[in-house]
Design a protein around this ligand. Structure first.
Ligand SMILES: Cc1cc2nc3c(=O)[nH]c(=O)nc-3n(C[C@H](O)[C@H](O)[C@H](O)COP(=O)(O)OP(=O)(O)OC[C@H]3O[C@@H](n4cnc5c(N)ncnc54)[C@H](O)[C@@H]3O)c2cc1C
Length: 464
C-alpha cells in the first residue's frame, strides 16, 4: 500500500504533486492527460504560483501577457492583462514539470474506487496498453476535475450554463487582446492575435442552444450577432476554422470534500463561474493550501480531524465568496436585467451557516491555522470581514498579545515588544488594531486607555 495517491492530470493534480515534492512528501499520480481542446486565460496570480513552484515548462509556454478589455454595462475598460493558453499544451507542459520534480506519474484511466480494508482505498485503473492495474493507498486525493465521482450530494449547485467556443481566421490583426462583452442572452470572451486568429466563447443558458435544435454553430452565430463592441475590434470578416464546441458550466460545491483518507482538490472540490477566469487559480491555490493538510494527516494523525476541518472550511468560505463576487459582477450589468439569463445569474445565494457564522462584532476564537507547515489550533480574531480569522498584525501574534494583556501586562509597546521579541512600533500597531476592533477590553484597559497607559505609549512617537 502506498501512503499517498493523487488522481488526475490537470492543474490541481500537477501542482499538488509538485508542491508536495518540494516539501519532500512523495506521491504517486495516476491520470489520463487532457485531449479536449480549450482556450483559457490565466491571471498573473497563477503565474506567481507557477514561479513559486518552479514550473519552468509551463512558464516557458506562456509567452507575453495579452491586453484585456471589458465592455460591461456600456463601459469599456482596459483591465489587468491575462495569459492565454491552449489547455492541452499547458497541461502537457505542467506534466513535464511534474516529471522534472521526480514525481511518480502514471498515465492511466481510473475506472473504480473501492474502500480497502483498514480504511484505505483500492483504485482500479487501465494503463496506456489497456492492461487492468490496481493500486492501494492510505490517502487518496481526488483531482479528476468536475467529472470526478461524487462522494456525497452537492452542498450547493448553481444554474447550469453552456459555453460555446469557436476558432476563426481573418480577424483584424492586432496586438494580442482578449475582450469581454455582455449581451442580452449572455456574455462573450474572445481572444485575437497578431496573425488574425481569433477564438470566441459565448456563455448562455442551455435554452439558447436548444432554440437552434442543438445546432452549436447556429447558436454561436446567433450569439455573435448580438455583440456590438467585439465585432468592431475583431473585424467582420471572421472565417470559422472548425465547428463550435460546447462545455457545460455550473458553479457547484461538492459534499464530503475532506473525509477519512480522502480529499478533493480543484474542480473536484468546487467549480466557479468562468466569468471570474479563476478556475486555474483556484486549482493552484487549493493545491498549495492542501499541502499542510496532507503533511498533518501523514505526520500528525492525531490532528487529522482538525486538518480536515481546516480544508472543509477553507473550501466553503472561498467558494461562497467567489460566487458572490460573480453575482455582484453580473448585477453590475443593468441593461438586460429582465432577460432570463441575467435574472438567473443574479439570484441571491444562501450562504451555508458554517460560512456565515460571524455576524456580530470582531471576537477572539480558536481556529485551525497553518504553522510551520502543519495545521494547528491558535487564537485568531474573527469578524464578518474576516470569517476565517486574522492571526497576525505587523508580525504580532494577536492571540499571544491578548494572552499577555489578560495576564496583566501593562500596555506599553516597548515592554510587550521585549516579551514577544518584536519591535515596539509593530506592537503599537497591533494594539491600535485591537482597539479599533473593540478588543482591548481588559479591566482597566478599556478601549482608548492604552494611549496613555503609564504615560509610556506616545501616539506621536508611535504613529499607527
Ligand atoms: C467554459 C469554461 C471556460 C473556462 N475558462 C477558464 C479560464 O479562462 N481561466 C481559468 O483559469 N479557468 C477557466 N475555466 C475553469 C478551468 O478549466 C478549471 O477550473 C480547471 O481546469 C480546474 O483544474 P483541475 O485540475 O481541478 O481539473 P481539470 O483541469 O478538469 O483536470 C482533471 C484531470 O483529470 C483527468 N481525468 C478525468 N477523469 C479521469 C479518469 N477517470 N481517469 C484518469 N484521469 C481522469 C482529466 O483528463 C484531466 O487531466 C473554465 C471552465 C469552463 C467550463
Amino acid at each position: 500500500m502506498i501512503p499517498l495517491l493523487i488522481l488526475g492530470t490537470g492543474p490541481a493534480a500537477s501542482l499538488l504533486a509538485i508542491a508536495l515534492a518540494r516539501h519532500d512528501i512523495p506521491a504517486q499520480v495516476i491520470g489520463r492527460p487532457r485531449t479536449a481542446p480549450a482556450v483559457e486565460g490565466l491571471s498573473q496570480r497563477v503565474v506567481a504560483a507557477l514561479k513559486q513552484l518552479g514550473c519552468h515548462e509551463a512558464l516557458a509556454l506562456l509567452g507575453p501577457r495579452w491586453h484585456r478589455v471589458s465592455s460591461w454595462n456600456a463601459q469599456e475598460v482596459e483591465m489587468n492583462g491575462e495569459f492565454v493558453v491552449d489547455r492541452v499544451a499547458f497541461d502537457a507542459a505542467l506534466l513535464r514539470d511534474v516529471r522534472a520534480a521526480g514525481v511518480d506519474l502514471r498515465d492511466g484511466l481510473v475506472r473504480e474506487l473501492e474502500r480497502g480494508e483498514g480504511g484505505g482505498w483500492c483504485v482500479r485503473w487501465e494503463d496506456v496498453d489497456g492492461r487492468q492495474q490496481r493500486t492501494d493507498t492510505a490517502l487518496l486525493v481526488e483531482c479528476r476535475g468536475h467529472t470526478a465521482p461524487k462522494m456525497a450530494p452537492d452542498l450547493h449547485a448553481g444554474p447550469t450554463l453552456v459555453s460555446l467556443g469557436r476558432t476563426f481566421d481573418g480577424a483584424r490583426a492586432q496586438p494580442r487582446t482578449t475582450f469581454i462583452e455582455s449581451f442580452p442572452s449572455g456574455w462573450a470572451w474572445g481572444g485575437v492575435d497578431p496573425q488574425g486568429c481569433a477564438h470566441i466563447q459565448v456563455v448562455m443558458r442551455p435554452a439558447s442552444v436548444a432554440a437552434f435544435d442543438g445546432d452549436l454553430d447556429l447558436a454561436h452565430a446567433a450569439a455573435l450577432a448580438q455583440l456590438t463592441r467585439l465585432p468592431q475590434r475583431f473585424g467582420r470578416q471572421l472565417k470559422a476554422t472548425g465547428a463550435a464546441r460546447a462545455r457545460g458550466i455550473q458553479a457547484a460545491l461538492r459534499g464530503a470534500v475532506a473525509g477519512n483518507g480522502y480529499l478533493r482538490v480543484g474542480d473536484a472540490a468546487y467549480t466557479c463561474d468562468p466569468l471570474s477566469g479563476h478556475g486555474m487559480f483556484e486549482a493552484a491555490s487549493g493545491a498549495i493550501a492542501t499541502v499542510p493538510v496532507i503533511k498533518t494527516l501523514l505526520q500528525r494523525p492525531a490532528q487529522a480531524e482538525l486538518a480536515r476541518g481546516y480544508l472543509r472550511e477553507r473550501i466553503e468560505a472561498v467558494f461562497f465568496s467567489r460566487i458572490e463576487v460573480a453575482r455582484q459582477h453580473y448585477a453590475a450589468e443593468t441593461h438586460w436585467e429582465d432577460e432570463p439569463f441575467w435574472q438567473w445569474v443574479t439570484q441571491p445565494v444562501a450562504t451555508r451557516p458554517s460560512v456565515a457564522r460571524v455576524t456580530g462584532p470582531a471576537a477572539f476564537a480558536t481556529l485551525p491555522v497553518v504553522e510551520d507547515g502543519f495545521i494547528v489550533e491558535r487564537r485568531v480574531v474573527v469578524s464578518a470581514e474576516h470569517p476565517r480569522g486574522v492571526r497576525f498584525i505587523d508580525g504580532i501574534d494577536l492571540g499571544r498579545l491578548d494572552a499577555l494583556l489578560q495576564a496583566g501586562a501593562a500596555i506599553v509597546p516597548a515592554d510587550i515588544g521585549c516579551h514577544l521579541g518584536a519591535p515596539a512600533d509593530a506592537v503599537a500597531r497591533a494594539l491600535r488594531w485591537l482597539q479599533t476592533h473593540s478588543l482591548l477590553t481588559r479591566a482597566g484597559h478599556r478601549s482608548g486607555d492604552f494611549t496613555t497607559a503609564r504615560g509610556a505609549f506616545n501616539d506621536e512617537k508611535n504613529p499607527v
